[in-house]
Design a binder for this molecule. Sequence first.
Ligand SMILES: [Zn+2]
Length: 288
Amino acid sequence: MPELPEVETIRRIVERGLVGREIEAIDLRLPKLLRTSPLPTLEPLIGQRVLAARRRAKVLVIDYSGSLSLMIHFKLAGQLSVHTEGGDRHTAGHPVPDPLGPYPHRTTHLIVRFSGGAIAYLSDVRQFGWLRLLPTPQVEWALDGFGFGPEAVGDGSIGREDLAARLARRRIPVKLALLDQGVLAGLGNIYVDEALHRARLHPERPANSLHDDELDRLHAAISWSLERGIEQGGAKIVHNRAYPRDGFPQVHARVNEPCPTCATPVVKIRVGGRGTYLCPGCQQLAGR
Ligand SMILES: [Zn+2]
């Protein structure tokens, strides 16, 4: 569930709370998080200082002194919680463990202690996430290996014409084309549903069937949905219900709640096996 806005929120937490601090101790309780790591342990990070935090699609990259970088993928259920010496907590990602509860939680797999007293807890209730430690000069090459398309939001993000050209090559449902990280990097299930609702497009419309005005609406709606998510610090979904009850996301995880545009109850369907939420009033398959 951590999608681009949640990962961007985690990036900002690291940037604000940890840059400049030195790592004093590392407790990795689930070594399999390193199963695909070029360097086999995190020990080389001890004594190194955090230099920067950056993001490509849903991959977080933290750069350290000593020319080392840590790549983190939060997958379905990763969460980072940074506790500072003043007692402040900054948490983003999956809602479990409870950000206000005790840490470390039984699902906390990595604890990093920093100079000045800050502690970072990485938790992952599903254990699908991963960490890769590698020399900083190898990061670009490692990221290239994912074959990510252009970013969906932010500096250098996809232009309207590029989006149109990429969708024109695909007959699959527009929802599935948008979820393909090689088409567009960083859009996941929640934000695709929100963007399609905002653009008034049915998720099963073939990607290559969209008209010019529909492409205009979709291009604007993609950055709107991600920016709205980032502004809120990510989406909060617990037991398939979105919170806050009258906020964002507007249709995802809101079955039977009124569409904020037309008040028609939101329905859930499956598109390519993915749970998909839409408003049958605003998003008609025939287009409009
Ligand atoms: Zn509607």
